[in-house]
Write a protein that binds this ligand. Structure first.
Ligand SMILES: [Zn+2]
Length: 401
């Protein structure tokens, strides 16, 4: 081999080494991802920076196929921890039986609340079907830390050992997930309603502040619950909220009315509190994914397009200029309660995001020519900001000559 060829090869090897070493130094840590699945009940898949997986609840049994397919689509075949917030069918059901998650995936550990429930339900509905025959249950209580990934803290906030209704709605396991790389916090409430929300505030005060709040699954269960979507919101101050109602409401006037009331409270809080809260709703957005990068940037994505009420755009001629450009006025009001609720009602039937309801530039007048491209940045009725979109507006008759 000629000398200069050898030098060239050495040079290339040296450059390759440098690239590999600099790559190792700059190895980017994986984002924390939490997927909330569009099922009846609650089902959340947590993917940690270190590649671990936890499942908080698994929805109702008839939707376990959706959960399995979603997990499959993420390329996951082992669940490190299954976490049951409480033993109601819409949270626990998806884990159980021969079609349940534990029957089809290797699950290493199982966390739940309430020893008596665990003995009965775990031993009869989970263990006989479990792919991992050695799995055992662990009973969680307030103050426990769940060891999943050194970069993530999972702190069980509730229920206390002494709480009599452990395992029921207000005795759900609530937990705060903290991304220790950046301090971002994610609060998961199970079904915990007024009683649990009050207890949590009494126990933790400002430590409940979070970036993302998964609301109690049923939002509120009694019409006089002024707390869950009132004071509790002011204490927790989330920037993002996740509503895990998979349809507008359950059949029956009670739940329907309560859902409307809950959404009304959330609407009031969203628009009156200056909180900048953005809530996503399973029934409207489909599967919802929260991503938190190493440097603490949180973003939300959803499997369905947002649905929007069209803006009111009025075009008029500039009175001072004959055959001149048109003046385009966009009316950009805050959505009314009627629009808000109408949109939710229509969440399966509207036009899939082709129209937009609100702009950030109220009553802005734009002069347009034959065709004008307007950059629009919209937000929907929940305050979710959308991407900037470019539209072309054509008014041929007024400016033809
Ligand atoms: Zn529930």
């Amino acid at each position: 081999m000629r000398n200069d060829t050898r030098i060239k090869i050495k040079g290339i090897l040296f450059i390759l080494m440098c690239l590999i070493l600099s790559g190792a130094n700059q190895m980017i840590s994986q984002p924390l991802k939490i997927h909330t699945l569009h099922v009846h009940g609650d089902a959340h898949i947590i993917q940690t920076p270190g590649g671990k997986t936890m499942l908080i609840d698994a929805g109702s049994p008839w939707h376990s196929g959706i959960v399995k397919n979603y997990i499959d689509s993420l390329g996951i075949d082992t669940i490190d921890i299954a976490y049951v917030s409480h033993f109601h069918g819409d949270h626990f059901g998806g884990f159980t039986g021969e079609d349940g998650i534990l029957a089809s995936l290797h699950v290493k550990e199982f966390f739940c609340v309430n020893e008596e429930n665990a003995k009965e339900y775990f031993n009869h509905l989970v263990l006989p079907f479990s792919k991992n025959p050695d799995i055992e249950y662990h009973v969680m209580k307030k103050g426990d830390l769940i060891d999943l990934d050194p970069e993530i803290e999972i702190r069980v906030l509730y229920p206390p050992d002494s709480y009599p209704d452990r395992g029921k709605n207000n005795g759900s396991a609530a937990c705060m997930i903290t991304d220790l790389r950046n301090g971002k916090k994610f609060l998961y409430m199970g079904d915990g309603l007024e009683h649990q929300a009050k207890d949590l505030v009494a126990l933790y005060h400002d430590d409940l502040r979070c970036d993302v709040l998964k609301y109690a699954h049923h939002l509120q269960y009694e019409s006089d619950d002024q707390y869950s979507l009132g004071t509790f919101m002011e204490v927790t101050q989330p920037r993002f909220g996740i509503i895990t109602k998979h349809k507008m409401s359950k059949p029956g006037p009670k739940y329907h009315d309560l859902t409307i009331q809950s959404l009304e409270k959330l609407y009031d809080y969203t628009w009156n509190s200056q909180s900048g809260l953005k809530s996503l709703y399973l029934a409207k957005h489909g599967h919802i994914t929260v991503t938190c990068t190493e440097d603490g940037i949180i973003s939300m994505s959803a499997s369905k397009n947002n649905l929007y009420i069209p803006p009111e755009i009025v075009a008029s001629e500039d009175p001072g200029v004959k055959n001149g450009p048109l003046i385009l006025t966009m009316t950009l009001s805050e959505p009314t309660w009627d629009q808000y609720i109408e949109e939710i009602r229509g969440c399966y039937s509207m036009d899939g995001g082709a129209t937009w309801n609100e702009f950030f530039y109220p009553d802005k007048q734009l002069k347009i020519n034959k065709t004008t491209t307007v950059l629009m940045k919209a937000r929907d009725v929940y305050g979710n900001s959308s991407d900037t979109k470019s539209i072309e507006i054509v008014f041929p008759s007024a400016v033809d000559n």
